[in-house]
Design a protein around this ligand. Structure first.
Ligand SMILES: [Zn+2]
Length: 478
């Protein structure tokens, strides 16, 4: 065992995909809204206004709890966390301290081919703050309260992770769960999924002091920040100094963490029960009816196990699981294709050509369906079209067109007819005596020349296997 053992715990803030805010009726979609237009007396905390719990947010939290194999608290309550910051109009945040709605869960991550459980200590409902912006060169700060009151679930893990890659895997798994369940839009750029990483180093089995890396929103940067921070703490310990408990930021460009704030303790916030909200008591029937919404949704872990059984590599599993829509296309298409070899072709299209198309066409909507992809693969399998033709028409299939119809309309069925191919090949042989002589003198590359010529003459529609076979045969006869 290493002398130094890192221990990592993570807090994730997930913005919920509700229609309205956590405690008022304001629109919860403010990405394109003008500053301070989605606000009301409640989220501005004007005197006399009272919060009301958003039922939709509670339902989404219950759904999320299922994804974490967690207990749903039937008796749950809200607390005030007091702090002053300009983007918090109340001067406090309504959160859940003593009775969080989600308790004692776990997720499973795949590490070195083995599943490992990471505990979820609890997850609680709360509200987001507004946003401060500091215009470049200005000596003032602007505050936008549109985000104030956005429903959040903060997911608090157990300190079960011991390497940057485990932390990254955990983040990716939780993200896959919450997006698959549809409880968040999962827009990383707009703060739908942000996280704080707590990390300490224990040496000689003595627990170390932890630092907190705040406000990350990229899985890759989480791994980079932890790698740097673990090394930094080891160097502090090696030099005989103590690690300070503090909040640190991550400089994406330099790849380093840096000190932001000194020690903070929970009692700084003077938590007390929220006097404006009664405890929330959930009935069994309400919990059941919330969960009924997701009875047909497969969790990422179950999909992963299915993909492992189908023989997909870890990288292939990761791509599909990180793209729920692509994953659904895969699962649907393999059901509709004929054999195991076709499954590999489905995968190759989705991992290769489709990924390339997606990154080249960011502003175009993909309308690829499992049905159309299966149709395309079945056309290759039956010999009606070549793989090359399938690749050529794939972009049209992605735009929602049926492969059967494209093939019929464009008359691009593969030429597999022997006599038709033979006539084409004979003509090419007659017209290229030098290449024939090359081939006869033992130049294997000349074979490729003839196949290429056939493909050119047939606009790629010649059956490649047949063409190879016939070129060999006719050159031998010649
Ligand atoms: Zn409001």
């Amino acid at each position: 065992m290493n002398k130094y053992q890192p221990t990592i715990g993570i807090e994730i803030h997930t913005q919920l995909a509700t229609k309205s805010k956590m405690f008022c009726g304001c629109d919860n979609a403010s990405v394109d809204a003008e500053p301070n237009t989605n606000i009301c007396p409640v989220c501005l905390a004007l005197p006399g206004s009272l919060p009301v719990i958003n039922k939709g947010a509670v339902e989404l939290a219950i759904i999320m709890g299922l994804g974490f194999n967690a207990k749903i608290a039937k008796h749950t309550s809200f607390d005030r966390k007091n702090y002053f910051y300009p983007d918090s109009p109340k001067g406090y945040q309504i959160t859940q301290m003593d009775e969080p709605i989600i308790q004692e869960g776990y997720v499973e991550i795949l590490i070195d081919g083995e599943f490992k459980r990471i505990g979820i200590h609890h997850a609680h409902l709360e509200e987001d703050a507004g946003k401060s912006t500091h215009p470049a060169g200005a000596d003032y700060t602007l505050v936008d309260f549109n985000r104030a009151g956005t429903p959040l679930v903060e997911i608090v893990s157990d300190p079960d992770m011991h390497s940057p890659i485990e932390a990254k895997r955990y983040l990716q798994e939780v993200y896959a769960i919450v997006t698959r369940l549809g409880v968040t839009h999962g827009d990383l750029q707009h703060g739908n999924f942000k996280f704080d990483l707590n990390v300490s180093i224990s040496s000689d089995s003595k627990l170390g002091t932890r630092t907190e890396l705040k406000n990350l929103n990229s899985f890759r940067n989480a791994e980079r920040a932890l790698t740097y921070e673990i090394q930094r703490q080891i160097e502090v310990l090696e030099s005989g100094q103590k690690v300070e408990q503090e909040t640190r930021g991550f400089d994406d460009t330099k790849g380093v963490t840096f000190s932001q704030r000194g020690k903070e303790f929970a009692h700084d916030y003077r938590y007390f029960p929220e006097p404006d909200l009664p405890p929330l008591v959930l009935t069994d029937s309400f919990i059941k009816s919330s969960q009924a919404h997701i009875k047909d949704i497969k969790l990422p872990i179950d999909i992963r196990k299915q993909l492992i059984d189908a023989g997909l590599s870890e990288k292939e599993q990761d791509i599909l699981i990180s793209q729920p829509t692509t994953c659904d296309i895969y699962l649907d298409a393999v059901q509709k294709t004929k054999n195991a070899k076709s499954h590999k072709q489905v995968l190759n299209f989705l991992i290769g050509d489709y990924q390339a198309w997606l990154s080249d066409n960011l502003s175009v909507e993909s309308k690829l369906t499992g049905n159309n992809l299966a149709e395309l693969i079945n056309q290759i399998d039956s010999g009606a079209i070549s793989s090359k033709t399938a690749k050529d028409i794939f972009p049209e299939v992605i735009l929602g067109n049926s492969p059967d119809k494209i093939i019929k309309d464009q008359g691009i069925t593969q030429i597999s007819d022997d006599s038709e191919l033979e006539n084409i090949i004979k003509e090419i042989i007659t017209n290229n005596p030098k290449a024939v002589a090359d081939y006869k003198s033992g130049n294997e590359k000349a074979l490729g020349f003839f196949v290429g010529q056939v493909m050119a003459a047939t606009k790629g529609q010649a059956n490649p296997g047949k063409t190879n076979q016939l070129v060999l045969k006719l050159l031998g006869d010649n």
